[in-house]
Design a protein around this ligand. Structure first.
Ligand code: SF4
Ligand code: SF4
Length: 203
């Protein structure tokens, strides 16, 4: 039949035209990556991070460089966390090594760059830095309170020990006086009288 091929082709075209959309207009439109997608930049929940550096130690390609600081109550905080995207193998070892589950992927797959410098990604945000400042200030207050409590505890302990020593000294002083006292004379036993009123000797 003449035109049969054209009709078959149009059928396929119209099927796609009205069917489910399978493409998108990148870069205006971006798809949401799946839960298990591993890629983009490293991201961090700063409040969970304890500055242990396990993530950097677990990285086989030395793609993580971090700096940390200790606060007044000896807690560690990260001050800088650089993820070198150019060196990253996306092996996920850093995320798995994190003891507090603070690390995750931002899934931003469009992270190509023209120069290498742009591939050094600072993971910490301005909000994280504000949190750090607050945490440092709070730690100073906590340290003062802690020192005060420790001093009170030492003073209390010393007072208890002094009280104990005083009581012991008093006991020691009373002991010789009690030892020098004469034992009281044994009361004489009254003779038992028999029925006739005569005194019966005590056995
Ligand atoms: S994914 Fe692998 S290579 Fe990349 S930063 Fe983490 S540990 Fe290093
Ligand atoms: S392993 Fe986790 S908790 Fe430790 S420094 Fe890295 S991100 Fe922070």
């Amino acid at each position: 039949m003449i035109g049969e091929g054209l009709l078959t082709g149009m059928k396929v075209t119209l099927g796609h035209w009205f069917g489910k959309k399978v493409t998108f207009c990148y870069p205006e439109e971006k798809i949401t990556m799946t839960e298990r997608f591993r890629g983009g930049h490293l991201a961090m929940d700063y409040k969970k991070c304890i500055g242990c550096q396990l993530c950097a130690m677990a990285c086989p390609n030395k793609a993580i460089t971090l700096k940390s600081v200790q606060d007044a109550v000896k807690r560690r905080h990260i001050t800088s966390y650089i993820h070198d995207v150019g060196r990253c193998l996306y092996c996920n070892l850093c995320v798995e090594a994190c003891a507090t589950k603070a690390l995750y992927w931002d899934k931003e797959y469009a992270c190509s760059s023209w120069n290498r410098e742009d591939m050094y990604h600072q993971v910490l945000t301005d909000d994280d830095m504000k949190f750090l400042d607050t945490a440092m200030e709070q730690s100073k207050v906590l340290a003062v309170e802690k020192a005060k409590k420790a001093a009170e505890l030492i003073a209390k302990k010393k007072a208890e020990e002094a009280e104990k020593a005083k009581a012991q000294a008093q006991n020691e002083a009373q002991k010789p006086a009690a030892a020098s006292e004469k034992p009281a004379d044994k009361p004489k036993e009254k003779p038992i009288e028999n029925h006739d009123g005569e005194a019966k000797p005590v056995d």
